[in-house]
Design a protein around this ligand. Structure first.
Ligand code: CMP
Length: 136
């Protein structure tokens, strides 16, 4: 049975700064993702705090929000069969050190903070995160 899903992807400041956005988009397209909407933006720290609210009790929360708002990012809606899981597989582990060969974070990630991409982790969060950036 078909299970087309949408997920939110962010190309983070470290990757945008290194002009890796086209290569990363190509990796998504090569895996069959359609980029149905995208925009390049820079967000305020207060917006990053809202976006990452699930992590607010974590010790890395403040640095994470400072980082996501430190430079331009590209936010995208990706669509494909089982897009949420497929995107998580293509990104690789959160820590690039642990990411499997051929994944985005293995290829481009610098550290657990500068790990080049974000992707929604569940159907519920995908809806919330897509609305966060694309609901007008
Ligand atoms: P992301 O998928 O965007 O979700 C939250 C981010 O927090 C994560 O990627 C990492 O870049 C960052 N982060 C920093 N430290 C940690 C940690 N110890 N565990 C998980 N995520 C972390």
């Amino acid at each position: 049975m078909s299970n087309k899903e949408q997920t939110l992807s962010i190309i983070k400041p470290d990757a945008v700064e290194r002009n890796l956005d086209n290569e990363i988009k190509e990796m998504f397209r090569n895996k069959g993702f359609e980029i149905v909407n995208e925009k390049k933006i820079q967000i305020e720290k207060s917006e990053a705090e809202k976006f990452y609210k699930v992590h607010e009790t974590k010790p890395f929360y403040n640095d994470l929000c400072t980082y996501l708002s430190s430079g331009p990012i590209i936010v995208m809606i990706l669509e494909k069969e089982d897009a949420i899981l497929a995107n998580r597989e293509l990104m690789g582990s959160t820590n690039p050190k642990d990411a499997k060969e051929g994944t985005i974070r293995e290829k481009y990630g610098i550290s657990i903070d500068k790990n080049s991409v974000h992707g929604s982790d569940s159907v519920e969060n995908a809806k919330i995160e897509i609305d966060f950036f694309f609901k007008d």
